[in-house]
Design a protein. Structure first.
Length: 267
């Protein structure tokens, strides 16, 4: 990480989850506790150098993501670039969309930004509910079947799903307008296109769907290829493989670490 920081002349923080190795660990997703890790790693940084944030995460809590992004922008302004050596899914994609530029390799993927609530896709819940209304009104015989499904929903569940979708879309759209597309006359239009392509559950189909760099660019995101700079690619992937080995050989499930060696580890 120190070599990467020296090559780039910028601060580097790695935010890594071991969810590919540590199935079932309670500390794999983005949550409010992660802000403490960022605070520890940013302490004493020369913030005029900006920030290169290396992300490897399955995503997590949207309000926590919003709060962390807000904190990072307060520390570094819009001078934040995100590197995705392998996967930055869901809320990880939202963080990437909050930067001025994303760096991806041929092996890298982002994901849809359609939110999940209590472990289920919000769009899927609403689509299922609409289908239940349509089919039960058209075929009375199907009413018991759909009643059994709908009765599992807790009070306010549908409303919370709708609000989660709205919050995710508004968050990503506002971040794109304020950072990646800042200063562009068509910033709102560009941001709207990105949100419509990454947030449309009918198009994405699966919350876990993987999108490569070419697709990210086709959405309108500013994405640089890691392969265009072999020295940079080697530095980023060296960092990535070190974290992968750490997760495989230790009990650690999440790491937030800076190029100066300050780190927060969670098991």
């Amino acid at each position: 990480m120190a070599n990467l920081a020296a090559y780039r002349g910028r601060n580097v923080i790695a935010y890594y989850s071991g969810w590919l190795q540590k199935h079932g660990s309670p500390n794999l997703s983005i949550d409010d506790g992660d802000k403490n890790g960022f605070m520890a790693t940013i302490y004493k940084m020369d913030r005029t150098k900006g920030l290169d944030l290396i992300l490897h995460t399955p995503g997590g809590d949207i309000p926590a993501t919003d709060s962390i992004v807000d904190y990072l922008h307060q520390m570094f302004g819009n001078d934040i670039e995100v590197f995705i050596p392998q996967l930055a899914m869901s809320a990880g994609t939202m963080i990437a969309c909050s930067s001025r530029k994303i760096h991806m390799g041929k092996q890298s993927s982002i994901g849809p930004i359609d939110p999940q609530f209590r472990g289920v896709p919000c769009h899927g819940v609403l689509e299922e509910f609409e289908t239940a209304i349509s089919e039960s009104s058209r075929k009375q015989a199907s009413l018991p079947f759909w009643r059994a499904i709908v009765e599992k929903y807790e009070p306010t569940f549908l409303g919370e799903c709708k609000k989660s979708i709205q919050m995710a879309s508004e968050f990503v759209k506002s971040q794109l307008e304020l950072c990646m597309f800042a200063g562009r006359r068509n910033a709102k239009s560009l941001a709207g296109t990105v949100v419509s392509k990454l947030g449309d559950h009918k198009a994405t189909k699966l919350h876990a769907r993987h999108y490569n760099a070419d697709f990210a660019r086709s959405c309108g995101l500013i994405v640089d290829n890691l392969e265009d700079d072999q020295t940079l690619q080697d530095a980023v992937l060296s960092v990535h493989h070190c974290f992968m080995h750490t997760f495989a050989m230790t009990r650690v499930s999440k790491i937030i670490e800076s190029d100066s060696g300050v780190k927060v580890l969670l098991a």
